[in-house]
Design a protein around this ligand. Structure first.
Ligand SMILES: Cc1cc2nc3c(=O)[nH]c(=O)nc-3n(C[C@H](O)[C@H](O)[C@H](O)COP(=O)(O)OP(=O)(O)OC[C@H]3O[C@@H](n4cnc5c(N)ncnc54)[C@H](O)[C@@H]3O)c2cc1C
Length: 385
């Protein structure tokens, strides 16, 4: 099942759980820039974070649409899945490309919550979006690899037991294709920190647990390499469609939160003797935000359908992410405008959600790179880089 109205029971269950985490909970976490551990634990205990893990490894074995419904409802309820959404898509790299031994060792503990797999280390300060130019190197030394380099913007690294890491195992120039020669490792953060891995938090405009990572002769067992050496970029790419679709679902949740808040406020707030929502100058932008949101949601669920059927969905996943992230931003802008001065009041949560949803036009892939993908892959225009 992959229509957006589906998964009623899951949606209702997520809503009930989210009711236990009202705005005041998120405001406090936001102010202290602290990890919402209680929320993540509650989601884990209820089984939502292991939705995509197959039943044989202790998960629910549900399709991507179920995970989208979960994340969408979290965001529609005013909560934030940013603290834990990565588990849903990074796990796919381990599931699809890990050995039987790796899956048996890690997936049941990830499903039960005994291990958190929330960190995904790809971006570097000097390569930016051009992942083929990453400089982090993993050099084979007996039964280990020795890792040196630096990553930036790695979310939740301080709160994760495991990290999926992309590093070069052979030089870009020595590889047949620039995308060759990179490998994926499962890094055990519990033993790595202080033994070659240093984590430095980065302050950002929202509470996302962003960090900078420094690798200085970190030893990673060769047994923790996922799949074949040199094939890592392909494994990471493989998971990116799921990541984009899931993030797009979060944006749809945010957008619906903003539209509902704006419509409710516009109906209840009286100025000049009547509800402000009676004025078309107030109601039309809200209606437009709603239309944009539902159009974007249609693309999200089209991408889900293709993904679940095993068809190519790169274009749809990208388009869904672009449309949904722009819809949530536009809905947030309208919501603030509708609330007038109160839109800026921290106690109304709107400014927090507005800050949170802005990220998704930049990460995990920026809007320009999506436009470039569509222009060159879908429309056959020449590539600029
Ligand atoms: C809060 C936060 C959390 C993040 N979490 C993670 C994480 O957990 N793991 C991880 O690996 N990464 C993470 N990222 C990194 C994120 O994926 C990157 O920031 C994003 O992909 C953009 O890369 P960049 O910052 O290097 O920008 P750059 O590549 O430097 O690009 C800067 C701007 O230039 C534009 N641009 C670049 N090249 C072109 C071009 N050829 N044509 C047109 N426009 C172009 C881009 O669209 C962008 O707007 C996170 C980022 C943030 C801010």
């Amino acid at each position: 099942m992959s229509d957006q109205a589906g998964y009623g029971d899951i949606r209702a269950g997520v809503q009930r759980l989210c009711e236990q985490f009202p705005g005041v909970y998120w405001r406090e976490k936001d102010e202290q820039r602290s990890y919402p551990v209680e929320f993540v634990d509650a989601l884990t205990e209820a089984g939502y974070l292991s939705a995509l893990i197959p039943e044989e490894y202790g998960g629910a074995g549900l399709p991507l649409g179920a995970a989208c419904a979960i994340l969408e409802e979290i965001h529609r309820s005013g909560c934030n899945g940013g603290a834990c959404h990565a588990q849903m898509y990074t796990m796919g790299t381990l599931l699809r490309h890990g050995s039987e031994a790796q899956k048996a060792r890690y997936l049941p503990d990830i499903a039960s919550g005994a291990l958190r797999l929330q960190a995904f280390g790809v971006t570097e300060p000097n390569s930016g979006t051009d992942t083929t130019r990453i400089g982090t190197r993993a050099v084979r030394d007996g039964d280990d690899y020795i890792v040196n380099g630096q990553k930036i913007w790695i979310s939740r690294a301080e709160h994760s037991d495991l990290m999926i890491l992309l590093a070069r195992t052979s030089e870009r120039d020595a590889s047949e294709k620039p995308t060759d020669g990179m490998s994926v490792f499962l890094v055990d953060m519990r033993t790595a920190v202080g033994n070659g891995l240093t984590i430095k938090p980065i302050k950002t405009m929202m509470n996302h647990g962003a960090t900078e990572l420094f690798f200085d002769d970190l030893r990673v067992p060769a047994a923790n390499r996922i799949g074949e050496e040199g094939m890592g970029f392909r494994y990471i790419l493989d998971g990116m469609n799921a990541e984009r679709i899931l993030i797009a679902a979060e944006c749809i949740g945010d957008a619906r939160y903003f539209v509902t808040s704006a419509a409710g406020y516009a109906t209840g707030r009286e100025v000049f003797g009547s509800a402000i929502g009676r004025n078309q100058g107030v109601q039309f932008p809200i209606a437009r935000a709603h239309i944009q949101t539902e159009a974007a949601a249609g693309m999200v669920w089209r991408a889900v359908d293709l993904f679940e059927s095993g068809a190519a969905c790169g274009a749809e996943a990208n388009m869904a992410k672009l449309l949904a992230s722009e819809a949530s931003w536009a809905a947030g802008d309208t919501c603030i405008q509708t609330h007038g001065g109160f839109g800026f009041a921290v106690d109304y949560d709107i400014e927090r959600k507005f800050r949170e949803t802005r990220l998704y036009q930049v990460a995990p892939i920026s809007t320009n790179l999506i436009l470039s993908h569509v222009a060159t892959h879908e429309l056959g225009m020449p590539k600029s880089f």
